[in-house]
Design a protein around this ligand. Structure first.
Ligand code: GLY
Ligand code: MN
Ligand code: MN
Length: 438
């Protein structure tokens, strides 16, 4: 068995999905699982469509991200049926004839219009239909039974070897593009030019990457979701924060790196300190670890760095208790990742529903579960110099915790974030990102 070959790993993946579907159907009381791939969405009063985003449940079964109006039909004990729309259409390039490692494992029906699916579907009343409302065809309206979705979303946290293989390939594509982006930064390119260099190297355009690229020079690094892309380079590029991923067969990579133009600067030293701390945090992705605790531990590690660099004047523990740490690190340590960059079930208390709360005072954490083998999470600590949040620190009476001259020194660099995607295993974690850069 070749652990890097999705074709060899697919049969085991399919067996896992079938077993999960059997249980989901038993729980929701249905006989068939129906998953529409989805339809196009159109802009208001316009015939212009938005980039198509396939139903994540569909791409879980099949490595298909561009086919619309198609269906996956699963009945326990039977081969999955794939109803595949390949329309007669001379306006657009239509999907290729079904091909790939999945075809031999499924009963494939090619249809030419969406309605041709109707006689191929089992009786609607007996179906759990997972999809969005606009996928409705005839009597087949998605009912999204909670018992089935709670179970399937929870189980989706546990990646199969096939999924991990696809995620490693997404990492390779993204890491190659990160290298190109760094070169463009060091050559003095604008944000827009760096973004274009990234997309060219990834061979994916803005509609294909799993989220909008964050390409931030200088103070723009302090805007957590900066997506503006200035067309002109700044007078001087001091720093570069890039949060950009890539997709492979519908699986996401989510990677952030930060660079200083001056490799001898204090900012470069701070990047290296965050990088080293981030590696320790990645090493803590172990079965049994509560992700909430990892998040709180990250606050303390980052505050130690700020104290070492003379920015913080109080202990890390005091900064965490007073909320000062959240002014410098105002987002969560990370999130589950897979078919969606922010994958489902980060708060799931069980496969029967329920929510695990965030720690008080940490409203942006996206993952509150205990880690188990097979889960993949991002680890993305950051330190930012955000005036809006630092003003709050002053207003709340904690201004004495900070050396403001040191803030003035670092403010022009914006911020630092280092983000890798890490798989939890039975033993040592597998950092999916670092080997892709090697
Ligand atoms: N790129 C979005 C995130 O890191 O969560
Ligand atoms: Mn990211
Ligand atoms: Mn992320």
């Amino acid at each position: 068995m070749d652990a890097a070959n999705p074709a060899q790993l697919y049969p085991q993946h399919l067996a896992v999905l079938k077993a999960r579907a059997d249980e989901a159907l038993a729980r929701s009381g249905h006989d068939h699982l129906l998953i529409p791939s989805g339809r196009r969405h159109y802009q208001l009063f316009d015939d212009r469509d938005y980039p198509f985003a396939v139903n994540p449940h569909f791409k879980h079964w099949l490595p298909l991200t561009t086919v619309t109006d198609s269906w996956l039909v699963y009945t326990p004990g039977q081969r999955p049926k794939v109803i595949y729309l390949q329309p007669f259409d001379y306006w657009h390039v239509v999907p290729e004839a079904p091909a790939g490692w999945w075809v031999g494992h499924c009963e494939v029906h090619v249809i030419r219009t969406p309605e041709e699916a109707l006689p191929l579907l089992p009786p609607a009343a007996r179906c759990a239909i997972l999809g969005e409302a606009n996928s409705t065809l005839g009597d087949y309206a998605p009912n999204n039974p909670a018992a089935a979705l709670d179970y399937l979303h929870y189980q989706r946290s546990y990646k199969t070897p096939y999924e991990l293989a696809l995620m490693r390939l997404a990492q390779r594509r993204a890491a190659h593009a990160h290298r190109a982006a760094e070169r463009a930064f060091r050559a003095g390119a604008s944000e827009f030019e760096i973004h274009m260099a990234y997309c060219a190297a990834a061979q994916q355009d803005a509609t294909e990457v799993p989220y909008q690229n964050i390409v931030a020079l200088n103070t723009h690094g302090a805007v957590l979701h900066y997506t503006e892309l200035d067309r002109d380079p700044p007078a001087e590029s001091l720093s570069f924060l890039i949060d950009a991923g890539a997709s492979h067969c519908g699986y996401a990579a989510d990677i952030t790196r930060t660079y200083a133009a001056d490799r001898g600067s204090e900012f470069q030293a701070m990047i290296e300190a965050v990088d080293a701390a981030q590696q320790d945090m990645c090493a803590a992705v172990r079965a049994g670890a509560d992700y909430r605790q990892l998040h709180l531990d990250a606050h303390l590690a980052l505050m130690r760095i700020l104290r070492d660099f003379g920015v913080l004047k109080v202990s890390p523990e005091a900064a965490l208790a007073t909320g000062v740490s959240a002014a410098f690190f105002p987002h969560g340590l990370g999130h589950p990742i897979g078919l969606q960059v922010h994958d489902v079930a980060g708060f799931a208390a069980s496969d029967r529903g329920g929510t695990l709360p965030r720690p008080e005072g940490h409203p942006y954490l996206r993952m509150t579960r205990v880690l188990e083998p097979g889960m993949v999470v991002t680890i993305e600590p950051g330190i930012y110099f955000i005036d809006m949040l630092l003003d709050e620190v002053k207003k709340n009476g904690h201004g004495d915790s900070i050396d403001w001259a040191r803030v003035d020194h670092f403010r022009p660099y914006g911020g630092i974030r280092i983000e890798d995607d890490v798989a939890c295993t039975d033993g040592a974690p597998e950092n999916l990102t670092r080997p892709a850069f090697a």
